[in-house]
Design a protein around this ligand. Structure first.
Ligand code: FAD
Length: 272
């Protein structure tokens, strides 16, 4: 971790829960040096004991109900489906473990501090293969047990460039979306193309769990002519796959072509 003097820190956030982390990351992206102090578990209530673990358990309950209904769907299972408490606990713990911030694992030890650097000093973003070029029927890329859905709306990146748009492109891994983690279904990636000047959403390709449902949300945004910032900043239900749209559009801030057109002033004061 980079060494920081107290004088370098522009913002000290007390509490590493959803609110504290979001504020710290937001200001770090705006170029501030930020320090965060957490007395217990980084991630706070939501990741460690509330939203995420409860949805991991709900996912297990849904799986149990689905297997009980399997025969009505023409699927015959040999044994009566049952829950193993140890396996259930292991599933929940592994989901919570994967939801911790990238810099540190959640730790049961008390007392935790860290700092976030402005994005320029972070390592380059690693990307998944382009979902526009992947197809779920390609056996080399398909997970044998569960091929991910592919859903698209409007133009591909190539098509937008052909039409002469100056575009900004964002891509995220499905593994970054909390809901996907609770379901142990993290295969795939999402990609979106926007007009770098107007923020208009020009097209998207989503590969992964429930892509066919989430694309409808995006389609409605496109039909309504919403600039991508409206979707990026919308408070979407947590944890859902649709919430991944916040992350997808937020990734646009890292685009050089887009930064020139939309980067906020580093002196902008956080709201709330
Ligand atoms: C069972 C349950 C299920 C839920 N499910 C959902 C859901 O599905 N979707 C949803 O949107 N919301 C859900 N919620 C609500 C959600 O958990 C809260 O809205 C959210 O955690 C609030 O975030 P926060 O950052 O304000 O507080 P917290 O997450 O509680 O974070 C505050 C942090 O500050 C730290 N802290 C406090 N004082 C100090 C100090 N003096 N020094 C250092 N650190 C300090 C604490 O240790 C804590 O980590 C659920 C809540 C519960 C209880």
């Amino acid at each position: 971790m980079t060494h920081l003097d107290t004088e370098d820190v522009r913002l000290l956030v007390v509490g590493g829960g959803k609110a504290g982390k979001s504020l710290a990351m937001d200001r770090a992206k705006a170029g501030w040096w930020v320090a965060i102090v957490e007395r217990d578990k980084i991630g706070g209530t939501c990741i460690n004991v509330a939203c995420i673990p409860t949805k991991a358990l709900v996912g297990s309950a849904r799986s149990l109900l689905m297997t009980r209904r399997a025969s009505a769907m023409g699927v015959h299972l040999d044994d009566e489906p049952a829950i193993s408490l140890d396996a259930l606990r292991g599933h929940k713990e592994s989901v919570v473990g994967r939801c911790c911030p990238p810099t540190r694992r959640c730790s049961p030890s008390r007392g935790w501090t860290s700092s976030w650097a402005p994005p320029a000093s972070l390592p380059p973003h690693r990307r998944d293969p382009d979902p526009e070029r992947r197809h779920p029927t390609d056996p080399r890329q398909r997970r044998r047990d569960q091929p991910p859905e592919l859903a698209r709306v409007d133009m591909t990146e190539t098509e937008t460039r052909r039409t002469g748009h100056r575009v900004a492109v964002a891509q995220i891994r499905v593994s970054a979306i909390p809901r996907a983690k609770t379901l142990h279904d993290t295969t795939g990636s999402w990609k979106v193309v926007v007009d770098a000047h107007t923020g208009q959403i020009l097209g998207a390709a989503l590969l992964g769990h429930n892509a066919g449902e989430v694309i409808s949300t995006l389609q409605v945004a496109v039909l309504g002519g919403l600039p991508y910032q409206r979707v990026r900043d919308a408070v979407l239900t947590h944890p859902t796959m649709g919430e991944g749209l916040n992350l997808l559009f937020d990734a646009l801030a890292d685009q050089p072509a887009h930064r020139a057109a939309h980067q906020p002033s580093s002196d902008e004061i956080p709201s709330g």
